[in-house]
Design a protein around this ligand. Structure first.
Ligand code: ZN
Length: 568
């Protein structure tokens, strides 16, 4: 049975994906991930449990103001408790009160769980499902019914498991979600079961698959389900999830689109897949797996000379797809052109005149290669990337210059500690020495730097650090460990990321801090407006007419700061 309904990609990175051990993502990071998922073109984003904790409540509140295009947001909950009515059930009330138009509620379909875990009889379990779905429908919600342990339940008592699904479909669920919660079902059985469910319920509702990877088959199970008529797939970016993870959308999406001909995403959006995968990894502070299918750095790498020469003749000889389709690139020397095209595109998107300065892309690419070799990573460090481009264009020089810093850490008897930093910094021809305390060395350094430059750059007080991530890069490196720090900053309106790399955390933090503050000050001074994105040689004539005496190559930036300085 084939369905005419458009296919649905349902992302649960922000709910099930967060169950991965060690995963800790702030509210702002979750919002940025959600926006990126919407840009990728997933149809539903599951955000978590509204009102279950302050963090999720805050997340739903912040997400409401974001432009997510046509992507719908789902809130997660469960069927009503036993012996109550849906309108008196706190978790269902929370779903109704949440603005998210989709409610996904989990419930039982395995009689073993119904009797041993839930401790209700089979008939009451059916009422719990039916009444909960109907109640949410009456409150205007679209409902997905998550059938927990469905495949185990079906293996034990197929008729009861199906009756649970039918109850949800009868009550108006948009989708019944077949969950392989233990993650150990094999594709053959998934195929058999999904075929039956689609035959029985496919004309009433969508049939969705939610697979875990404990048997190494999460992606295969998802594809098999679609082959047998499922028209909605749940998964997470990079396969994040507890234990062995959830089904990896980064493999499922291109498999569906490129190999099975399922129209689940546009060509343009598919080309954003690799960047999205790395962006999410970066925000979750997880090292991207270089060997991940489709989006891994080495997914299309070719080492053998024979491969390379054959590839030059015809890329199909050693590549299963054109990597550009998923926004990846083959990592071989012959492919530098692909890298160049990507960089050129990125610089152009930022609004810089790449066409007027044809060598610019090469210079940026060379710098990037060196930097990335040292451990820099620009996926989530948009500010550092743009500053790198600007320095290659000969736009403004550094706003301030560090002469030295010193940090003293005082460890006290009671176990507490206090850090004190002294910074010697030059702004123009002035030298400032400032000392500040902080709850850690980086915090103290940040405060001392701000104190040092505030007289010349009062806007520094509008820039706040919203996030700070550290990664030790010792993998694949013969030399000593290197530290990479990524800082997210905001001025309340815009948000940007910067990166620093060093032999230790303070050195790396300082570098990221300087980029972050420099970018924020440039932003406040209007340096990113289009007419300021041209090097002095291209705009000197017009700028000089307005502001004589301005230092060369700054496009009037210092002049603007001086004006603001006097005004305060
Ligand atoms: Zn799950």
């Amino acid at each position: 049975m084939t369905s005419a309904r458009p296919f649905l990609l349902y992302d649960t990175t922000l709910r099930d994906g967060m169950q991965r051990e060690g995963m800790s993502v702030s509210v702002d990071e979750k919002v940025r991930i959600a926006v990126r998922l919407a840009e990728l073109g997933v149809h539903i984003i599951e955000g978590g449990f509204p009102a279950s904790n302050p963090k999720d409540t805050e997340f739903f509140r912040k997400l409401q103001g974001q432009d997510l295009g046509s992507t719908r947001v789902a809130a997660f909950g469960m069927t009503r408790g036993k012996g109550t009515t849906p309108d008196k059930d706190e978790n269902l009330r929370a779903l109704v009160d949440c603005w998210a138009p989709v409610s996904c509620i989990v419930g039982k379909t395995w009689d073993l769980h119904v009797e041993k875990v839930l401790r209700v009889d089979r008939a009451e379990n059916l009422r719990m499902i039916g009444e909960s779905v109907r109640y949410l429908r009456e409150q205007g919600k679209t409902v997905h019914y998550d059938a927990e342990h469905f495949f185990d339940g079906y293996a034990a008592h197929p008729e009861y498991a199906l009756e649970c699904l039918r109850t949800a479909a009868d009550a108006g669920a948009e989708a019944v979600v077949l969950c392989d919660t233990n993650g150990a079902t094999l594709p053959m059985f998934v195929g058999e079961v999904v075929e039956r469910v689609v035959a029985e319920l496919g004309n009433m509702c969508r049939v969705a698959i939610h697979a875990h990877n404990d048997g190494g088959c999460a992606v295969a199970n998802s594809l098999m389900a679609v082959a047998k008529g499922a028209d909605c797939v749940q998964g997470t970016i990079n396969g994040y999830g507890e234990r062995c993870g959830n089904a990896d959308l980064c493999a499922i999406i291109p498999d569906l689109k490129l190999k099975m001909g399922v129209d689940c995403i546009s060509d343009e959006d598919l080309a954003g897949l690799t960047e999205t995968a790395h962006f999410v990894a970066e925000l979750c502070n997880v090292s991207p797996d270089p060997h991940q299918p489709y989006v891994g750095l080495d997914a299309f790498a070719h080492k053998g000379g024979l491969h390379i020469s054959a590839m030059e003749r015809d890329p199909r000889t050693f590549q299963h797809i054109d990597p550009a389709l998923v926004g990846n690139e083959p990592h071989v020397l012959v492919s530098e052109l692909a890298g160049k095209a990507t960089i050129k595109q990125r610089v152009k998107q930022l609004g810089y005149p790449v066409d007027e300065d044809p060598a610019l892309t090469d210079r940026v690419l060379d710098r990037l290669k060196d930097k990335e070799h040292e451990g820099y990573h620009y996926e989530a460090a948009d500010a550092s990337f743009e500053l790198l481009v600007r320095s290659e264009m000969g736009l403004e020089a550094e706003l301030f210059h560090l002469e030295a810093f010193r940090i003293i850490i005082e460890q006290r008897e009671d176990g507490s500690s206090l850090s004190e930093a002294t910074v010697k910094v030059h702004v123009g021809d002035e030298r400032f020495i400032e000392t500040a305390e902080g709850n850690g060395p980086v915090n103290a350094l940040d405060s001392a730097l701000r104190a040092g430059i505030e007289r010349r750059f009062p806007h520094v007080h509008d820039i706040h650090l919203v996030n700070y991530r550290v990664r030790i890069l010792d993998e694949d490196r013969g030399t000593a460990a290197t530290t990479r720090v990524i800082i997210d900053s905001s001025d309340g309106r815009d948000c940007w990321g910067s990166v620093g790399v060093g032999e230790n955390i303070v050195e790396a933090s300082w570098e990221a801090l300087v980029d972050s503050i420099t970018y924020g000050l440039l932003l406040a001074a209007g340096a990113f407006e289009d007419d300021m994105k041209r090097p002095a040689s291209l705009c000197r004539a017009s700028a000089e007419a307005e502001e004589p005496g301005r230092p060369p190559g700054t496009c009037g930036l210092y002049g603007r700061f001086d004006t603001q300085d006097k005004a305060e």
